[in-house]
Design a protein. Structure first.
Length: 324
């Protein structure tokens, strides 16, 4: 595939802010489309594809972020920053609409730049379709079919990755375990359809209460977990309170008399999977022991577990209890 030569503007002729944001930079420059094609064929990871494509075209267009909006949600290149204008381009392959590429810029792109980008998008389209297909299949294999949350197998993979990052890059994270109180009585008294409705409602609550950097998992039955990408132990408290309050305010959960117990802990670099899980599980057990409808944090200091305002009665503050 031949290189594509680009019509460029002389810097001395650029007077408006729009031109500064959307002109081609260099005279007599050419995008090496052969190298771009080869690089794009090396990965099925959507973020990697966006990073690769952005790196190749960055010398020719000024933008602060590149996003892909598709049926899998929003993926974006690394270090994307917000901007005033979203320049949108539909991406299609053989009549199949893959989604939209969105360039974040201070001003709208010029017609000449937009026309050139559309030509380069043809190079990206086929690797993008392959990556989307692969990720859809992968999602089916790693998702719980009832709730749509990630499953236990995916949890194990993500836990390993986060522990490795914790050891090598000193990036602490938290593990939160959640269990629905009185869930068995829902199936016994109202039937399994009501039980499924309760689980789906709780999954929806988790999606609302968690941040974009956190990931929720369903292990099976009424057992759930969340990996929280945050080094602050107090963040767990904020999220736990949010979840418990949302459960209390849910008409479905209240109808069936279901509440939630939560245990959490912060990961250490020396932790194994088993040690981290056991510490969070111990905190969850203590929350159950305290009367359910509460949360408990397992600290990393000399005290193995410390009660952090258990929330048994939202009208009455509960004193911290030290548990050895």
């Amino acid at each position: 595939m031949d290189n594509v030569h680009i019509l460029t503007y002389d810097h001395s002729q650029i007077g408006s802010e729009a031109a500064k944001a959307a002109y081609f930079y260099r005279k007599d420059s050419a995008l090496n489309t052969t190298a771009l094609t080869q690089q794009l064929q090396r990965s099925l990871d959507l973020v990697t594809l966006l990073d690769t494509f952005a790196q190749f075209i960055a010398p020719y267009a000024k933008f602060s972020g590149l996003q892909l909006h598709s049926s899998l949600g929003v993926n974006e290149m690394t270090k994307t920053h917000s901007a005033n204008v979203a320049n949108r381009f539909d991406i299609e392959v053989e009549g199949e609409h893959l989604g939209q590429l969105v360039y974040l810029s201070n001003v709208a792109f010029t017609n000449k730049l937009s026309a050139q980008l559309k030509q380069w998008h043809k190079i990206l389209a086929y690797p993008l379709r392959n990556a989307l297909t692969y990720n859809r299949v992968l999602r089916l294999a790693t998702r719980d079919p009832l709730t749509g949350l990630n499953n236990r197998s995916d949890f194990n993979v993500n836990m390993d990755k986060k522990l490795e990052a914790c050891r090598r890059k000193h990036r602490p994270f938290s593990l939160m375990l959640l269990d629905l109180d009185h869930f068995k009585q829902v199936n016994d008294n109202f039937g399994h359809q009501a039980g499924d409705e309760t689980l789906q409602e709780f999954a929806a609550i988790l999606r609302i209460c968690l941040r974009g950097t956190d990931t929720a998992f369903r292990f099976g039955g009424d057992e759930f977990a969340v990996l929280i990408d945050d080094k602050q132990f107090e963040t767990n408290v904020v999220i736990a309170k949010r979840i418990i309050n949302a459960v209390k305010n849910s008409a479905i959960m209240s109808q069936y008399g279901v509440t939630c117990s939560i245990g959490f802990t912060l990961a250490r670099a020396k932790d194994t999977n088993m040690e981290l899980f056991e510490r969070a599980d111990k905190a969850l057990y203590q929350a159950k022991f305290n009367g359910r409808d509460s949360y408990q944090g397992a600290l990393l200091e000399t005290l193995s577990v410390r009660d952090l305002n258990t929330h048994k009665d939202s009208q009455k503050p509960v004193k911290n209890a030290k548990i050895s």
